[in-house]
Design a binder for this molecule. Structure first.
Ligand SMILES: [Zn+2]
Ligand SMILES: [Zn+2]
Length: 188
């Protein structure tokens, strides 16, 4: 069954903006931007770096509420008068009904966030090497931007729109999208 057929894709934006929320390596931000351009087409640019999202901190959970981060990003996006914005942060983020999320996207405000926190480690708790972290950050960024462009989750475990539950899910995904998801966006 093709779930994506119900989703009307949005027009491809003229650019994609990546914004650091707290300390994130510039090379990693550039790698994320180049992956987004490679998969979706529009050029990506680096937006003004923001502070770590202290306003979203929940002390009971010792995590950051991703929906609060999206609200702030939506304001930033409106100020920049630009297309979709992806925030990248090193803090651990959550939504109330899940222990954590790798990212969240709000299609209405065209804002998304990806957390590097859990992608930075293996299941053994050891730090992931740079190449592995880069791949994970790229595929999860492609995932969130896919939501902003109108895609839903995909059952193909190698497609960027597959929902990752653990870092090894992100390792298995290819950098791009499956043929069905590409077709839903009108990409060839
Ligand atoms: Zn998703
Ligand atoms: Zn797919």
């Amino acid at each position: 069954m093709n779930q994506r057929a119900e989703v009307k894709p949005l027009a491809m934006p003229s650019q994609l903006v990546v914004v650091a929320l707290g300390p994130v390596a510039r090379t990693l931000l550039a790698d994320i931007g180049s992956a987004l351009t490679q998969i979706y087409g529009p050029p990506s640019s680096l937006g003004p770096a923001q502070q770590r999202p202290a306003y979203a901190f929940n002390k009971d959970r010792n995590q950051y509420h991703s929906t609060a981060i999206l609200r702030r990003l939506a304001q930033l996006r409106a100020g920049l008068a630009t297309g979709p914005v992806l925030g990248v942060t090193d803090v651990d983020i959550f939504v109330p009904d899940a222990p954590f999320v790798f990212g969240e996207a709000d299609r209405d405000s065209r804002s998304a966030v990806v957390s590097l926190s859990r992608l930075s480690h293996g299941s053994d708790g050891k730090p992931a090497d740079q190449e592995r972290l880069k791949h994970r950050a790229q595929v999860e960024s492609v995932h969130e931007i896919g939501h902003l462009l109108g895609l839903s989750h995909c059952q193909d475990a190698r497609c960027g729109m597959f929902l990752s539950h653990k870092p090894s899910d992100s390792d298995r995904k290819g950098l791009g999208l499956c043929g069905t998801c590409r077709a839903a966006l009108g990409l060839t």
